[in-house]
Design a protein around this ligand. Sequence first.
Ligand SMILES: NC(=O)c1ccc[n+]([C@@H]2O[C@H](COP(=O)([O-])OP(=O)(O)OC[C@H]3O[C@@H](n4cnc5c(N)ncnc54)[C@H](O)[C@@H]3O)[C@@H](O)[C@H]2O)c1
Length: 307
Amino acid sequence: MKKIRNIVVVGGGFMGAGIAQVFASARYRVSVFEPSGEVRDSLHERVAASLRALGRDDSVAGDIGVTDKLGAAVANADYVTEAVPEKLELKQSVFADLERLAPKTAILASNTSVIPISRITQGLASAHRMIGTHWWNPPYLVPLVEVIPSISTSEETLLETMALLASVGKEPAHVRKDVPGFVANRLQHALWREAIAMVAEGICDAKTLDRCVKNSFGLRLAVLGPLENADMVGLDLTLDIHRTIIPELDRSAGPNPYLQEQVSAGCLGFKSGEGFRTWTAAERDRLREQLNNHLVRAQQARDKPAE
Ligand SMILES: NC(=O)c1ccc[n+]([C@@H]2O[C@H](COP(=O)([O-])OP(=O)(O)OC[C@H]3O[C@@H](n4cnc5c(N)ncnc54)[C@H](O)[C@@H]3O)[C@@H](O)[C@H]2O)c1
């Protein structure tokens, strides 16, 4: 396998900065290409602040190169990952630029959340070196990165990408089919679809629904996956339960009308103060802090040497 040394992140927003932080912390040479001056100017401080919050040396942040020149940024790249907004046409044009500007041997990865990789790389001549790597938020605290080859991706690109991600302490998971949403977002949004349908039908309110999840199977999920859970309780019991419940679950083919109505009314959640629930600034801050503390504790537990 070739030695990956120079890594370029295209897009230095929320995910791009976090991904750059992970690679820079593992001592890869990292540059970020970002068109917005404001985002470029804040990148070092954003990474430094997140390293300090984790109790880590923040000097690594200063090692990350930041530029508005894509050609120069990728000229010597071994591995490029884009983290630009989730718009198909934008990602297609970024990949076309990268194919033209980066060395022919460089791996080109996309951090798309749900778009099939074959749609992004369609029509490009070197799709064999293009691959999906779906990091989770925030990249330095959530271990999973889904790795999605398209039908054109080479085995070498897949293996090198898996090895690179493992070398920075991530948990790369090979997704065998390039389907929309890959594995984890398909599962997450299957749950959200049912949750929204239940609230829309008045089965319970949004706060009660979240309490039901957080105080039951949500507690177990970090150690017990759904199929481990089914094996644990028995497939015979699972079958009996499914006979009653599966026909009752929401199976609408598009977004729930209730969600569409909320968005049309300007109820966007935290950003407007009103979504499924009403949020004061203090409540939003408290929930963000609780989540961050939870993820940091989980990370510390993973870092602890086995006894
Ligand atoms: N935010 C999340 O929780 C999350 C989690 C997993 C995956 N993702 C995916 O990561 C990607 C980025 O999301 P984000 O939340 O970091 O968005 P973001 O808006 O924070 O960052 C995107 C950055 O890309 C820059 N950009 C725009 N056009 C560009 C171009 N042509 N070239 C280079 N940079 C450009 C923007 O200026 C911005 O700084 C999306 O595909 C998103 O679906 C997001």
